[in-house]
Design a protein around this ligand. Structure first.
Ligand code: SF4
Length: 311
């Protein structure tokens, strides 16, 4: 009977491949986004969020089935010397976002540690504004290196949590860690002196956008030591619609007509709805973070005159 174990092979859900990287930094000229450079250690993301906006990035590799984004994961081959050269070319104060198209702490990171190795290089440089966005609870693994980075760069970790409702989170983000585990990561990171904010992204109309839902999330984030709270309204590009709309039909059929109407006009919602969510989030934020304080300058931030001397 035990010989039937061979069928386990059929349960392998994810295929990992190495991806040669010509460069690690990609320039971002989108004026809507608050950073100039992006770094994505992986292509594809196993968390499989139903609304994931990044599925289209697999199309660049001729992978057109949007579900392949979850099942075919590419880990970038990592050359620390080249990465360091790219980082050192950036001027002081440049903004770099890690994890804009895929999660840098997705399950593959436990095996391949590309993110960790990049952070180790960043911990030897100074003068950048770094953001790391993740839905994982794995970032505290790197507390030592994140603390060192915080001495040299402005570092903010954006821990994404869309809802405190475990069942809803499991539906929306099937393989991402539970919301309470992500809050635990916020607690550990902030307790270690690392700046972390909680980000509700995306806000999905009529699913996780109620005042109660956003307010309770912000309250728990503040209690866990988060330095701030933000949110972004859902946007759905065509490749994301291919996965999200069938999901809605199955799980939230009463919403399908309205979603089709609104997102049939374009990937982004405009007008009253996003304005109302922004106002709601501002009001909630001001309740739990009444004083907005700028982050302190890192201890080893390069001084302009030092740079002049060095050049
Ligand atoms: S964690 Fe981010 S990149 Fe990964 S599936 Fe979810 S939305 Fe996509």
């Amino acid at each position: 009977m035990a010989a039937e174990g061979a069928r386990l092979e059929a349960k392998v859900r994810t295929e990992y491949r190495e991806l040669a990287a010509r460069s690690y930094l990609a320039r971002c000229d989108n004026p809507r986004l608050p950073f100039r450079w992006t770094i994505n250690p992986y292509r594809g993301c196993e968390f499989g969020c139903k609304y994931c906006y990044a599925r289209y990035t697999h199309e660049f590799m001729e992978l057109r089935d949007p579900l392949e984004f979850e099942h075919k994961i590419f880990a970038k081959s990592f050359d620390p010397a080249q990465f360091r050269r790219e980082i050192l070319r950036l001027p002081v104060g440049e903004s770099v976002a890690i994890g804009t198209a895929t999660d840098p702490y997705q399950p593959a990171e436990s095996r391949f540690r590309v993110t960790r190795r990049m952070l180790e290089v960043l911990a030897t440089c100074a003068g950048l504004r770094l953001g790391i966005t993740t839905k994982s609870d794995l970032a505290p693994r790197d507390t030592d290196v994140l603390q060192e980075i915080s001495r040299r760069q402005y570092l903010t970790i954006a821990q994404t949590i869309t809802t405190l409702d475990r069942d809803l989170a499991r539906l929306l983000e099937p393989l991402a860690p539970r919301p309470d585990l992500r809050l635990g990561a916020v607690r550990k990171l902030s307790g270690a002196g690392i700046r972390v904010i909680v980000f509700c992204a995306p806000v999905l109309p009529a699913i996780n956008d109620s005042r109660v839902s956003l307010d309770s999330l912000a309250r728990e984030a503040a209690a866990a030591g988060a330095a701030g709270f933000g949110a972004n309204v859902l946007f759905l590009k065509p490749s994301a619609q291919q996965v999200f709309l069938p999901f809605l039909e199955e799980r939230f059929p009463a919403l399908v007509r309205r979603y089709r109407e609104h997102f049939g006009r374009g990937a982004y919602l405009r007008g009253a709805y996003p304005d109302a969510i922004r106002a709601r989030v501002r009001e909630i934020r001001s309740r739990y973070w009444p004083k907005s304080s700028a982050p302190a300058e890192p201890e080893l931030w390069p001084r302009d005159d030092q740079m002049e001397l060095f050049v």
